[in-house]
Design a protein around this ligand. Structure first.
Ligand code: MG
Length: 254
């Protein structure tokens, strides 16, 4: 069942979203050469404490960290580690899910470390463009798969791969709620979108083939062909006035 959030839930998710966006603003300058992904995760944990946010990842199926930090050909669910040192030229994906007074918000960004090649810059730009287009499709009266099809269209127009095995999701009291939001599909399918639905929309795209596998650590999702991947995510509230992005500064719309 897809839950529609009442005004109290929306208020909490809005506040949580603003706080999580603040965490990303604060840690962005530290995604730089020489820092390990474990040190970055510890920095994120301090910021979550400072902003009174509860990390939803920590303890999830035994996961020990507050964030997922994925390098280059890692798509999502990279485990922070002391031996994984960020280097110039890396493409780092940081994914954080938190709750604020019992309501979750989920957000991810891709960080270019230094100046990346024009191809990778364009690739990251397309990831953001597909997220924005997917969000713009999240209108009252549209179908869920309109989000999916829109994302796929933007990504494939540029001949990049769109990952099939992982999807966006509804979000609220739980980190993962119904519906599942694939990043590919046909227009006009699935439930009709209603005001009060809250969705975590998260395209995962690849420079090459879209097929992925789970590494031996049991978590990290990597591309099969070792091509690089980008991941961006926002939590969105569907309103009669259009999609409201809870994890970007208030008033920012697509
Ligand atoms: Mg996430």
């Amino acid at each position: 069942m897809i839950t529609l959030k009442n005004s109290d839930a929306i208020k909490k998710m809005r506040e949580g979203g603003q706080r999580l966006a603040t965490v990303f603003d604060r840690i962005a300058p530290f995604v730089k050469p020489g820092i390990s992904s474990l040190a970055l995760d510890e920095m994120i944990e301090k910021q979550l404490q400072d902003l009174e946010l509860k990390a939803e990842a920590k303890g999830y199926h035994g996961y020990k960290h507050v964030s997922c930090i994925s390098f280059n050909d890692e798509v999502v669910h990279g485990i922070p580690a002391a031996h994984k040192i960020i280097q110039l030229g890396d493409l780092i994906k940081v994914d954080i899910c938190v709750s604020w007074h019992g309501y979750c918000v989920d957000m991810a960004r891709s960080f270019a470390v230094g100046v990346l090649s024009e191809k990778i810059q364009h690739f990251v730009h397309v990831a953001k463009e597909s997220l924005d287009a997917g969000i713009a499709a999240a209108q009252v009266g549209a179908c869920l798969s309109d989000i999916s099809a829109t994302i796929q269209q933007v990504v494939e127009q540029h001949r990049y791969g769109i990952v099939r095995n992982f999807a966006g999701h509804g979000i609220g009291v739980e980190m993962h709620e119904e519906p599942e939001i694939p990043n590919f599909g046909k227009f006009g399918k699935g439930p009709v979108l209603k005001a009060g639905m809250t969705l975590a929309i998260e395209p995962m795209i690849t420079v090459g083939d879209y097929r992925v596998y789970i590494a031996t650590d049991g978590w990290t999702v990597k591309t099969r062909d070792k091509s690089w991947a980008a991941h961006v995510e926002d939590t969105v509230l569907i309103t009669n006035e259009g999609p409201e992005i809870l994890t970007r500064p208030t008033g920012v719309r697509v």
